[in-house]
Structure formats: C-alpha cells, structure tokens
Design a protein around this ligand. Structure first.
Ligand code: XCC
Ligand code: SF4
Length: 655
C-alpha cells in the first residue's frame, strides 16, 4: 500500500482554477507538460495546517509546540485551552501576530536602511553610481527631519549649501534606526490629532530597531502574557515601519533615484521578447536594479547584445523591484509574485537577478531545467542550490557589478534551448503616481476647485478612497480577489490607490489606464477620471510606498473639509490576497493610523476569538481604525464601501 501511494502521481493544479489570468493559465499548463512543478501544483499537494493558520500554535519554547485547536462546535462556557506554561489562545495568537509584524517591519526597515546607506555615500560623494537626483524632495525631507535648509548671513536668510543639507539629512535619517533618545521624527508628519492619540496611547516609536527587538523580547517564553499589551507593542513597531522605515525608504529612494511621475508601460509575461536578451529583476530594493537599468540601456551593452545575435535587451520586473523601476523608468512589469517561476518556464529568461524578499527558493530548481542564470546579489539573501550564481552587489562598485550581470545575460542568450514559449498576453498601464502627482493632476491642490480630490469627495463624485495592496497567495485563485475587489470599488465610485502585487494584478487587467474609467467605473468616478485624464486605479509604487498613501491621506486631512484626523476620512484599506509578514505590518500601521482595513484569504487570529474581537472591534474605539477579514471579494468590497458611507455620514456629506 505504501508503494502504491508513493507511485501515485503528484496532484497537479487545474490551471483555470489556479488563476484568472490567461498568460498564467497557459504557463501553468506548459510547466506541467514539461514536468516542472510550480507553486500552484505544490499548493494542491500540500494543505496548510489548520491550527497554525488560525494562530494558535506556539513554538516559542521547546516544551511545545503547544497547539490549542478550537473545540469542535466552538467554545461553550469558559475557554480553558492553555499551553504547557499556561499561555492562553489570546497570548499565543497575539504573540504570533506581533512576531509577524516584527518580521514585516524589519524587512521594510532594513530595506530602508540600505537606501539610507546609499544616500549617505551619495551625500559624501563616495560613489559615481548614485547622486542626489531630486533636490526638491531632499529639501522636503530635510525639513521633516529638522535639518536647517537656510542659513543666516549678516542678518539675511540664505539658502543653505545643498551638499551640507544632504549630509546632515543622511545623518539624521540613519539615526532614526537606532537613536538612544526621543521618538521618530516623521510621526509629526501625521495630522496633529493622530500624533496626540498615539502619544496618549503610549505607542510613539522610539526608534525603528528597538521596537522590533522589543517584540522579540516580549514574545519570548514567559514575558508578556496580556494580548492587549502585546498588540500595543505590535502597534508601536508597525508605526515604526509605516511612518519610519518604509517612509524613509520611499523618501530617500525618491531623492536618489527621482520622485516618480506618471509614466506609460506594459505588464504581464508577454512583455518578454523571443529575439531579445531578457533580463528579469526580482525582489524589492531598487539600489541595484536602477543601475542594471542604466547599464542595459547603454550603447555599449546594446552593441554587445547585437553582436551576440539578439535584437536588443528587454528588461522586465517582478514584485516590488518591478514597481520601483516601473515608476521611475517605465520598465515593463513581467509578473506578480505567483508568476515568478513562470517567467523562467518561458525558456526565454536569460538571467533572473534577485535581491531581497518574496523570492521563491524553487526558482533555482526551475532554472536548472533551462539555460537561465539565476543570480543572487545580496549578502543577506543567498540560495543553497549549486546552480545559483552569487554576484555580491556593493554601492561602491555598483556599475561594475551591473555590467557583469548584464554581460552574463547577453552571453547566455545563445544557450537558449528551442523550447521558448512566451505567452502573448500583456496590457498597457500608467504607473508612477504619488502625493505630488495626485495633487498636480487633480487641479494643482487638494482643495478649492472643481478638480481637486477633496472637493470631489465632498460633492460625492468620488465616494471615497481605498488603498488596495498586497501580495498573491497560492491558497486562493491568483488575481481573482485583487481584480474583483478593485472592480467592485471603482464601480461604486471609490477611487483606488494601489501598490505591490495588487498594482501588478490591476496592470495586467488593464485597470491602470485612463480608458478603464469609462468601462468599469460608476458615473461620478468616470467623470472625474475623464475630466483630468487619470486612471481610476492609481499605481503608487512598491510596498514601502504604502507610505505614499499615508502621506496622501494626510494631505487630504490638512486641505480641510473632511474632518481633522485620518480616521475621519471616507477611506478603507484592503489586501485581498496577502501572504507576507510585511502585509501584516502594513495592515496594522494602517489600522493604527485610523483606517478600517480588510484582509482576504484568512488571518491567523481566528483561533483566539477574544484577541480577534479586540483588534476587529475594540480597536475602533481606541484608534478609529480596525481589522476585518472577508474572503468573498464582493462582500469584501462592500464592507469597505459601508465603512466609507459611515464616514461620509459622520462628516455630513452623505447624499
Ligand atoms: Fe511581495 Fe512586494 Fe507581497 Fe508582492 S505585494 S508578494 S510582499 S512583492 Ni508587497
Ligand atoms: Fe507551549 Fe508556553 Fe512553550 Fe509556547 S511558551 S511552546 S505555549 S510552553
């Protein structure tokens, strides 16, 4: 019987059920034909653990893992479940939840730190590869970090030397990770009532690193055993992410690489070209990919590619590295998170260059079946498989590293096997929005004319604003949640701001074009989009760029007419297909910033009803924002709309 079981062919995914995207469906089938397993097949073969998925498995000491499943038929009377040490389901779920926040916040913040270090070397002029590109942003950031931008000379106020400003700004910024006193400087960028609320609640982050370390301490065996106190620390660390590490990452990237403005491009696997050298960059930090873009577009490399028989070099991005080089250079997006293996399975990927976060280790196994060079570049992100090439990237020899990588891809072009199959599907997109461009495109300010965001929210053409963000998750049909939620929102006149893999999904569906307004939106949103020529779904960048959503919402509050705090706004947040710890950190800083935030797929709190109720309901009284979970995407959107309507009513702007 055992042998028979072993002989049984592994379960394969049904391509149609696995994704709503035709390119993805085609490539899943192609992989199966070639006998290569992908995440979609593995999701069929391995089901998740129900206890872990509901948040009630503790492995924080070796007396466990202690598993506390909900009794069949639910809890009757007192909940007597406890671990060996006596930890309750609430303690366990809260500890697990804030450890996810620690993981997510550290990922975003460490990314931010790398950018800050590059910014520092640019400010010190230690590198040729990076300069200060956006001085206007530098001045704005300097101000937010209390760096003087003017000097008094003989009683006269003069502009301070830009190099000096850059240097001091870099020092101040880097200091935010580990300063020994005070609180994060960016917190004061929030509307004043929000800052005061955080202060009253005792959740002002002291510095970025400390809040993460403190989570690890408080969740160690036998420390904090009150779910309210645990999540309080989770809140402090999440705020350190949103209003700290992530916001600094965004700002400093804008300074060094340029602040994005709307730019046209394309999305989906169909951007790869059979007769070109295809280089795919994947991960999150733009520090290397920026230089790869520059090198790949250089005449020297183009000539070299032609000499090797290719028509040119096609760059494409996956995950948030894609979003970064899309929003600043219009480099097309090849794939969402779940399609990463498929990019190699086209047989046309000459090199895949990865940095940090969201990278499947199975890429190495897939690459083995093709000619693809898989190149890791970051000292903290290597792979054990021996076909993986490690070219360690360093800002001090960035250009040489990038040249080496691009040349390796070109040299590999001729090694392609015959089995190239690139799906035809791709869609046009406009990306690269941000606080500045929302203001610019909607009348040049946030309030006062027919065109502005605030006026259109007040007059009801725009019912509200939703931030829909986050990953794909192989436990749910690829892109279905993303697209259904977003379409339902815009149909109901809710303007959508998107980042991360939701943005890529929307791009693949053609929702990031001005033309989408007339097709999918309610009459009010259509009118606004057509008048000013914007898409109904605005791509604000990568996951660290969720900070742009926070700042845009803050500008809306400051412009007036829609209450005094972020929690007064007719807005809601959503991550329909989340999977990463970063998503939990993002969700939680949105909640703590006063935003009602709904997740799809499932949340690891369902096994601890008291803790769940605390963050789903009690939290609204504390922070004005709260968590929710809704798997059905239509209901998911309507819960957001109901919240938006509730806020409109409170503001007295309901029709
Ligand atoms: Fe990763 Fe940022 Fe999630 Fe996509 S959305 S799967 S985190 S790439 Ni951030
Ligand atoms: Fe079990 Fe407590 Fe140890 Fe967790 S900390 S594994 S609940 S004994």
């Amino acid at each position: 019987a055992v042998a028979a079981k072993a002989d049984k062919a592994p379960k394969l995914a049904d391509p149609i059920k696995a994704s709503i995207d035709p390119a993805t469906q085609q490539m899943i089938a192609r992989a199966q034909e070639l006998g290569i397993d992908t995440v979609f097949d593995r999701a069929e073969a391995m089901k998740p653990c129900a206890i872990g998925a509901t948040g009630i498995c503790c492995k924080n000491c070796s007396m466990g893992p202690c598993r506390l499943p909900l009794p069949k038929g639910g809890i009757v009377g007192e909940d007597t479940r406890k671990g060996l040490c006596g930890a309750t389901p609430n303690t366990i779920a809260a500890r697990n939840f804030i450890r996810m926040i620690a993981g997510g916040a550290s990922a975003h913040s460490d990314h931010g730190r790398s950018v800050a270090e590059v910014f520092m070397s640019a400010a010190r002029k230690e590198t040729d590869a990076y300069q200060i590109k956006d001085t206007q942003k530098l001045l704005a950031v300097a101000e937010a970090l209390d760096v003087a931008t003017t000097v008094e000379v003989d009683g006269e106020t003069k502009a301070r030397d830009m190099d000096e400003i850059a240097l001091e700004t870099a020092e101040k910024a880097l200091n935010e990770w580990g300063k020994s006193e005070g609180e994060l400087l960016y917190l004061k960028r929030a509307p004043k009532p929000r800052y005061e609320l955080w202060k009253k609640m005792g959740v002002l982050p002291r510095n970025i690193d400390r809040e993460i370390v403190e989570i690890m301490h408080r969740t160690h065996m036998g420390v904090d055993q009150d779910y309210r106190n645990l999540i309080k620390q989770g809140t402090r660390a999440a705020l350190a992410d949103g209003w700290g590490g992530s916001m600094l990452a965004t700002d400093l990237q804008d300074i060094v690489f340029g602040t994005p403005s709307p730019i046209q491009s394309e999305a989906n696997l169909g951007i790869m070209k059979e007769d070109h050298v295809n280089i795919i960059v994947h991960g999150h930090e733009p520090v290397l990919s920026e230089i790869v873009v520059a090198v790949a577009q250089s005449p020297e490399m183009l000539d070299y590619a032609k000499k090797k028989g290719a028509k040119g070099i096609q760059l494409g991005g996956i995950c948030c590295t894609a979003n970064e080089i899309l929003q600043r250079h219009g480099i097309p997006t090849a794939a969402t998170f779940l399609q990463q293996e498929l990019a190699i399975i086209t047989g046309a990927c000459d090199a895949m260059v990865v940095d940090i976060q969201c990278i499947f280790q199975n890429l190495a196994n897939v690459a083995k079946c093709f000619h693809t060079k898989l190149i890791t570049t970051h000292p903290i992100a290597k792979m054990e498989q021996d076909n993986v090439i490690h070219i360690e990237f360093d800002e001090h020899h960035a250009l040489d590293d990038a040249k080496k990588i691009v040349k390796m891809a070109i040299d590999n072009f001729e090694n392609r096997k015959t089995e190239v199959m690139i799906p035809r599907h791709k869609a046009a997109q406009v990306a690269g929005f941000g606080v500045e461009s929302i203001e610019y495109h909607l009348g040049g300010s946030f309030r006062g004319t027919f065109y502005t965001l605030n006026d259109n929210i007040i007059n009801g053409r725009i019912r509200g604003v939703a931030g829909v963000v986050g990953c794909n998750n192989a436990r749910t049909r690829h892109n279905e949640g993303h697209i259904t939620v977003v379409k339902e929102l815009i149909k109901n006149d809710v303007l959508v701001l998107t980042t991360g893999c939701n943005a890529i999904a929307c791009a693949m569906e053609g929702l990031l074009t001005p033309e989408a307004a007339g097709v999918y939106c309610g009459p009010g949103l259509t009118e606004v989009c057509e008048t000013v020529g914007i898409p109904p779904v605005l791509h604000l960048g990568s996951c660290v760029d969720n900070s742009r959503i926070l700042l845009a919402a803050t500008e809306v509050v400051k412009a007036g007419g829609l209450g005094n705090d972020l929690s007064d706004l007719p807005v809601a947040g959503s991550a329909p297909e989340w999977m990463s710890e970063k998503a939990i950190s993002i969700g939680h800083y949105f909640v703590a910033s006063g935003v009602y935030t709904v997740f799809g797929v499932g949340l690891p709190v369902e096994g601890a009803p008291v803790f769940q109720n605390y963050i789903f309901n009690e939290f609204e009284k504390l922070y004005g924002g709260m968590w929710d979970l809704e798997i059905d995407p239509i209901k998911h959107a309507h819960k957001m709309i109901a919240h938006i309507d509730k806020k409109r009513k409170a503001l007295g702007i309901d029709k």
